[in-house]
Design a protein around this ligand. Structure first.
Ligand SMILES: [Zn+2]
Length: 247
């Protein structure tokens, strides 16, 4: 019997029967608090617990754990095209056209962006923190899909998962300098960043159709259903987001 864990399943991909995609939350899992359902081996959590959590997550989505490709995530704007499982250094976004290869990223406040082009059957997973968004990692991924596979933005479907919301995501002036005023808000002389709106505008600018974008509006900082680095610091777990297609 499978343990209870809460997994978000993107509705935007539900019409494509070949797609397997999901994102874990903080709920469920076997790790001790505050890790809960942590899926990262790099945050000080017990390795056996993380392995168990990941096993449950992949089993729930019916994804073979040996078929995962993931970027090392270094807050770069570098996109890599991959055709085999494994960890890929010095990048924060992966693209593949290979069936039964699943792309995964880890987040706690940063934006997970999953993309799929059902015409060319190309998937992508993007880890987008403020640095990545400011340097255009989402656009770079879309352009790479277009250059390598002739993916048309009008065909691409996007899932933007829960992330730090503008209710809580306070930033300094230096970070704010990287963003347009339309995604910044000032309250009580403090600055807040609406990072997901920044990503939504970038997706639209690149030609993604509004109806093909699913945005999750939960804030990971104030909603304890999610892991948050801003809230829990070094003891914060990570959520995993994954996408890939079957034959
Ligand atoms: Zn919040």
């Amino acid at each position: 019997m499978q343990k209870f864990i809460m997994i978000l399943k993107p509705k935007i991909f539900s019409v494509f029967s070949e797609i397997k995609a999901g994102m874990s939350t903080r709920l469920g899992g076997v790790s001790r608090e505050p890790y809960g359902m942590n899926c990262s081996f790099r945050v000080g959590d017990a390795e056996t617990d993380v392995a168990e959590n990941r096993k449950t997550f992949f089993a729930n989505l019916d994804i073979p754990p040996g078929r995962i490709a993931s970027p090392r995530q270094e807050h770069t704007d570098i996109v890599k095209c991959v055709d085999a499982p494994g960890e890929f250094t010095h990048c924060d976004a992966l693209i593949t056209g290979v069936p039964n290869l699943f792309l995964s990223i880890m987040v706690a406040d940063c934006l997970p962006v999953l993309l799929y082009d059902p015409q060319k059957k190309i998937s992508a997973a993007v880890h987008a923190g403020w640095r990545g968004v400011a340097s255009g990692i989402v656009q770079k991924t879309l352009r790479c899909m277009n250059e390598e596979w002739h993916s048309l933005p009008s065909a691409i479907h996007a899932f933007v998962g829960p992330s730090a919301g503008e209710c809580c995501y306070e930033i300094g002036q230096e970070t704010a300098n990287h963003f347009k005023e339309s995604v910044l808000k000032e309250r009580n002389r403090r600055l807040y960043l609406n990072l997901r709106e920044g990503v939504r505008l970038q997706l639209l600018d690149e030609g993604i159709r509004p109806v093909n974008i699913e945005m999750r509006l939960e804030c990971t900082i104030c909603n304890t259903m999610f892991h948050s680095y801003r809230r829990d610091g070094n003891r914060s777990g990570r959520m995993i987001a994954v996408i890939g297609r079957t034959n």
